[in-house]
Design a protein around this ligand. Structure first.
Ligand SMILES: Nc1nc2c(ncn2[C@@H]2O[C@H](COP(=O)(O)OP(=O)(O)OP(=O)(O)O)[C@@H](O)[C@H]2O)c(=O)[nH]1
Ligand SMILES: [Mg+2]
Length: 256
């Protein structure tokens, strides 16, 4: 049986945990088997019931007390402790009979995306069918330079892990139809982003965005964005279709 592991990665507050909750809810409603795994030792609240929760393996408060660290330093140590115990987490995931494992990652994205230990985490947990979703906050994606900075961040994560990858625009219920249409156009047409960038005030930031966009285009890194809203339970069918395209040639799972 294929067990697809979807890692949900993105900047703090970009909607990772709610995305996991929304996707889980949508999959269960349509009859597909999915479970959620929380890899964020610092999560105060989760909008879903995790099947496996690293907070049972490591407590941020204990790490703070034991190592005499503040919350940020403790997050780093806690993530390394999670990585050192990844065999146990992987064994727990292996023991679950399901088609999809939706994996929520730490709020401070750099802890997951840019630390060497994470490569091992993705390799061990992702098994033969890893997939990565990069969550983009719509408020940042609304301006051309904000959109390009998210593309750059996403590309730097993508090129670190080399697993099938999808950019997801979250919380689209907060966007006007006009903003959503514009971002959708940008995601399929970098020339449209360039045209809008050139209309921005000429600053160093704009120049940097223009050069970044040219580099991404030169590298052939597209945006390929899917729009979702956990609040409206919208867009998860499209995410599912993208994952199924990669691992099942577009075929649907059997409803269980
Ligand atoms: N309107 C709306 N708000 C959302 C949606 N998804 C998430 N939010 C809100 O956005 C905030 C952040 O969402 P989270 O899912 O916790 O984001 P996160 O990336 O997991 O955050 P950290 O783990 O703290 O980095 C919360 O206040 C949510 O209520 C959505 O689909 N629509
Ligand atoms: Mg979260």
């Amino acid at each position: 049986m294929k067990k697809v592991c979807v890692f949900v990665v993105g900047p703090a507050g970009s909607g990772k945990s709610y995305f996991v909750g929304g996707m889980l809810e949508w999959m269960r409603r349509v009859g597909y088997e999915a479970v959620a795994v929380n890899l964020d030792p610092g999560a105060e609240f989760l909008p879903y019931e995790p099947e496996i929760d690293v907070r049972e393996f490591v407590s941020l408060r204990d790490v703070m007390a034991e190592y005499g660290l503040g919350p940020n330093g403790a997050q780093i140590v806690a993530c390394d402790i999670v990585a050192s115990q990844i065999g146990e987490v992987a064994a727990a995931v292996d023991g679950v009979d399901t088609d999809y494992v939706l994996i929520d990652t730490p709020g401070q994205m750099e802890l997951f995306a840019f630390r060497t230990a994470s490569e091992m985490v993705v390799e061990r947990l992702g098994g033969d069918f890893p997939f990565m979703v990069f969550t983009m906050d719509p408020m940042l994606a609304r301006t051309p330079s904000g959109f390009v900075s998210l593309l750059l961040l996403s590309a730097s994560v993508h090129t670190r892990f080399y697993v099938p990858f999808l950019n997801v625009l979250t919380k689209v219920d907060l966007l006007s139809d006009e903003d959503l249409d514009r971002i959708a156009t940008w995601s399929t047409d970098y020339m449209a982003v360039m045209d809008d960038l050139l209309r921005e005030r000429p600053t160093m930031s704009r120049e940097m965005s223009i050069e970044t966009l040219k580099s991404l285009q030169g590298l052939g890194i597209g945006a390929g964005l899917v729009a979702t809203s956990a609040q409206m339970l919208f867009g998860f069918e499209d995410v599912y279709a993208k994952v199924q395209d990669v691992y099942y040639g577009g075929e649907d799972l059997e409803a269980r």
